[in-house]
Design a protein around this ligand. Sequence first.
Ligand code: PMP
Length: 422
Amino acid sequence: MTRTMPATPARPAAAAAGPLDLARVRAEFPILAEPVRGGRLAYLDNAATSQKPESVLRALDDYYRHKNSNVHRAVHDLAERATTAYEGARDRIAAFLGAAREEIVFTRGTTESINLVAYSHLLPLLQPGDEILLTGMEHHSNIVPWQLVAAQKGARVVAAPVTDRGELDFEAWRRMLGERTRLAAFNHVSNSLGTINPVAAMVREAHARGIPALVDGAQAIAHLAVDVRALDVDFYACSSHKAYGPTGFGALYAKRRHLEAMAPWQGGGDMIRTVSFEGSTWNDVPYKFEAGTPDIAGAIGFAAALDYIQAQGLERIGAHEHALLAEGTARLEQIPGLRLIGTAAEKAGILSFVMDCAHPQDVGTILDQEGVAVRTGHHCTMPLMQRFAVPATVRASLAVYNGSDDLQQLERALHKVRRLFG
Ligand code: PMP
């Protein structure tokens, strides 16, 4: 089997200086000009998935027009182009996260990344009575995989409490790191509350007790600078589609020593070194975990998306979104009968709320009529909804292309909800 490595790793685009040019940013996202319900779109459902810039669309198109072939398997020109682009994407993603290329496993996204760790890393180590420590604000994809493996071994999943502001009760979490804890798993940014967790301190605390840590970075990588080496985290999971890239693709960062020790979790082509009917041997990491033909375009699109983020600059994106979060919070606080859920001191651009006059589903329907795209429901965090004693929330979530006009459109639509239901 040939494995063509790119001669030179893809270089991150230089970050531009100065404030964000919103008109220019918006011009790069063609879908934002799409009329919805006959009017202007205010897209505020970015925590579910973000829109894609021209550069990502072009990278996907270019791949299928000029490079499409299978990777790693042939010596012809197109196979070489596809492999170079695909492995170049691995270099790009590794550089973005501060990892080595061997530590980046391509997956279908955060969910698959966490499942991989659950089955390949944790399951063989678990003993009856062992614990997996979570927080009360985890997404179902950072709860259910652990429950599945725990059930097989008589282990259990425990979760640390969340305060009324939607922050982790850090002291309680720390006390729950115990003799039986085999892994601590927590999100970097809560998708329902926007809370930014103190992940560096959490990793330190876990490591001080010899416990590995997994961070769910689904809501972080498009908004905060992430350096897995500086965090010293064992596993970091992320998705392309929440960071301006295509759906169905993502990555797992894992320390090399973990990947070396882990058994493959899916068998098939490309993950093997040799196969005979008596037995098989495994390819090097990370390929040992990548059975079958991968989502080649997904990798290339994800790398283009990270280039886009880098070109805008995470600091600039963060400042822009933070200013909008402050403005949005102030606007929503003025609306009678509206209650924000999640008011942490450290917050990313997520505004979750309930209204006393209408169910979140009805609020969402009226907002949609006004061209405002938000998410309503439990956001795959049912335990958190129980914690706040609400069936669901309305969630407006921000991205680089949002502006004050989107927040004003949201505010006007919420006043309409009050007129109709209040
Ligand atoms: N974790 C968090 C915090 C999320 O917000 C999401 C997506 N809503 C996931 C995990 C799962 O991501 P994906 O569906 O891309 O696998």
